[in-house]
Design a protein around this ligand. Structure first.
Ligand code: 0RA
Length: 647
């Protein structure tokens, strides 16, 4: 769309000006999802997206992001500069319209590609509406232009020319409104990982992040783009062959794909993007990728006598251990999403285009790299064998279960009386002795207890047949009763909450991570649906006799201990719990198990990428790194970054 036609199709009816911004302030969550930490960072993504759009369209190579000491953040690009010319209907400079109206963004753009999947170009206005101030400086056609808004987008300094410049680009600086957000504290790490992902996708674009509060700085620029993304994901894995990458353009859709296999069973990791926005729920591009990949590998295997008869490889056999990045640039008029969350690509053309693209390119690559092709196909055949073996074991277990449940269901499970699965809770407890106390402490109607003997199996990288043969794992799978791996359906879980309850020490932390890994690899939806938790036993009990009655409090860390001591006053005594076993049943109930008084941590996968990388460090083959990670990261008094606090 050219700028001229864009303007002529723009009518005054579209202009909602400050009324629109007031609407954003009234219902911020409608525009940015929430008013917590995520919401504040959403404002940042909106402004960065615009700068990225310029770079994506070939204007500018460096994007500078600065967190300032006054709590504001600025994004500077080297793009064409936001238009400053006067808009005919409204007699306002375009930049003012863009920052004050909810529907102007797209109308002004003459971009081939637009990244913002969320707000469709209204991001600048939304950020302005939710800011204490917003300063926009445009370097364009030799002049420096400036405009300033305050207090939710009210114009305080109309567009002015500040002087001359040879620079080109846009600088937006804003400070989130503390009356809107529960926190306005920008997090360096969150912004850093977001822009790193963008840098991987925008080959050669340089992102600089500076935190003026701490002096911290990072720079991301990847001249090999998603190939470097793959190597960052695969860093510790036992990789096969080189990173394979294909680039091309079909029917105005630009395609950028990189992939690599790892030798062990590491599951499949496909990260797909449309216009630099992650499509977490996949969509037509991922479907096409899978179809083309399966056909290319099967055709090669058949033509070269590597598979016999009808024993075709299934897609899953081929994708075992595969990491792939699929990044498409789709022109706006073809960009479609499916579903509520807009995280699934709907563009129908992407399916046949990507299927053919990957089939043709990969077939050619395999023909050119015979040794590699044979290694990969052998690996796929291994996965196929494992799959068939696992199915046998599963069938066997199923038939055993129908004969006599007790064979596979642990005799140690103390079940809940209720059949209201959603309300039921399963406590996985470290050790028989704590299990005994937990049995007495529990609410018999809704709480079930499963004591674990010793350390659970380290399931990281293990194929499913090995896991199914392990008694503890089989017991867990059967107790939860909702299947495993591909057959797992979180909706069939016999428990609304699965709660890991271990001692607050290093061993307990190790058991936790082993169990989380097990759930992550074999019952991932349980985590995604927020049904996995870690119990928080207190570290201290502070008590005193007052008039022959005991007053007491629990504390979970040293700070809490000091506060409790102050509250209870002179003469109080402190019990330090070294493990669950040191609590009596009343104490365990009220401090750790009773929903009214306990604290739980929900295990979440905010970003499966982060969690995956962590699990590799944690569970990979190097015991040294693993131990170090546990000591540095698992602290019962802190909220671990993939565990979030809930009641
Ligand atoms: C619309 C049209 C043009 C540039 C932009 C928007 C633009 C927007 C932003 C937001 C942040 N940085 C930006 N840089 C550019 C093209 C204007 C022209 O060619 O004169």
């Amino acid at each position: 769309m050219s700028e001229i036609t864009a303007k002529s199709s723009y009518t005054s009816a579209d202009i909602e000006l400050l009324e629109g911004l007031a609407g954003v302030r009234k219902r911020p969550a409608m525009y940015i999802g929430s008013t917590n930490l995520n919401g504040v960072h959403h404002l940042v993504w909106e402004i960065i997206d615009n700068a990225v759009d310029e770079a994506l369209n070939g204007y500018g190579e460096t994007i500078r992001i600065t967190i300032h000491k006054d709590g504001s953040l600025s994004v500077e690009d080297e793009g064409r500069g936001i238009p400053v010319d006067i808009h005919q209907q409204t007699h306002m400079p375009a930049v003012q319209l863009i920052f004050t109206t909810l529907h102007s963004g797209g109308k002004f753009s003459n971009k081939a590609y637009q990244s913002s999947a969320g707000l469709h170009g209204v991001g600048s206005a939304v950020t302005n509406a939710l800011s204490e101030y917003c300063d926009v400086t445009v370097f364009k056609s030799g002049s420096i232009y400036h405009i300033r808004f305050e207090n939710g987008g009210k114009l305080v300094t109309p567009l002015e020319v500040l002087g001359n410049t040879k620079k080109r680009g846009t600088l937006v600086r804003f400070k989130p409104d503390s009356r809107i957000f529960s926190t306005t504290d920008f997090k360096f790490d969150i912004i850093s990982s977001h822009i790193q992902e963008s840098a991987f996708l925008l080959k050669g674009v340089k992102f600089l992040l500076t935190d003026e509060r701490s002096g911290e700085k990072v720079e991301f620029c990847y001249k090999d783009g998603i190939k470097e993304y793959i190597s960052s994901l695969e860093h510790d894995k036992n990789i096969i062959g080189d990173i394979i990458s294909f680039e091309g353009k079909e029917d105005s859709i630009s395609i950028d794909i990189a992939m690599q296999w790892a030798a062990q069973d590491y599951g499949e990791n496909i990260y797909s993007y449309a216009n630099n926005v992650r499509t977490r729920d996949g969509g037509t591009h991922e479907q096409g990728f899978r179809a083309g990949l399966t056909k290319a590998i099967n055709d090669y295997a058949e033509e070269n006598g590597l598979i016999k008869g009808k024993n075709k490889l299934e897609g899953g056999d081929i994708r075992e251990g595969l990491t792939a990045i699929i990044s498409l640039k789709i022109p706006e008029e073809k960009l479609e999403y499916e579903g509520q969350t807009k995280q699934k690509l709907g563009t129908p053309e992407a399916l046949p285009i990507i299927t053919n693209f990957i089939y043709n390119n990969l077939s050619y690559y395999l023909a050119e790299h015979k040794e590699f092709a044979v290694t990969v196909i052998k690996k796929c055949l291994d996965a196929q064998n494992t799959r068939i073996a696992a199915r046998k074991v599963r069938d066997e277990m199923r038939s055993r279960k129908t004969i006599k449940q007790d064979i596979v269901l642990s005799d140690k499970l103390t079940p809940a009386a209720s059949k209201d699965y959603d309300k039921n809770e399963l406590f996985i407890v470290e050790g028989d002795s704590a299990g005994g106390t937990a049995k007495k402490s529990r609410d018999r109607i809704h709480q079930a207890i499963l004591p674990l003997r010793g350390k659970p199996l380290n399931t990281f990288g293990l194929p499913i047949d090995k896991v199914l043969k392990n008694e503890e794992c089989a017991t867990l799978i059967n107790t939860i009763g909702a299947g495993v791996k591909e057959t797992f359906n979180a909706d069939n879980s016999h428990y609304g909450k699965v709660i890991i309850m271990t001692d607050a020490d290093t061993d307990g932390a190790h058991i936790q991570t082993l169990l989380i890994t097990f759930f992550y690899n074999f019952m991932k939806p349980l985590i995604l649906k927020g049904k996995l938790f870690v119990a928080m036993p207190p570290l201290y009990r502070i008590y005193k006799e007052v008039n022959h009655k005991q007053v007491y409090e629990y504390a979970w860390d040293d700070e809490g201990l000091d506060e409790a001591k102050k509250r209870i006053g002179a003469g109080c005594k402190v019990n330090r719990y070294k493990g669950l076993g040191e609590m009596n049943d009343d104490q365990l109930r009220e401090s750790t198990m009773d929903p009214k008084t306990r604290q739980l941590l929900k295990v979440t996968i905010e970003d499966s990428l982060l969690a995956e990388q962590r699990l590799i460090t944690l569970m990979g083959n190097d015991p040294q790194t693993r131990r170090q990670w546990i000591e540095e990261n698992i602290n019962f008094n802190e909220v671990d970054s993939f565990i979030e606090e809930v009641k």
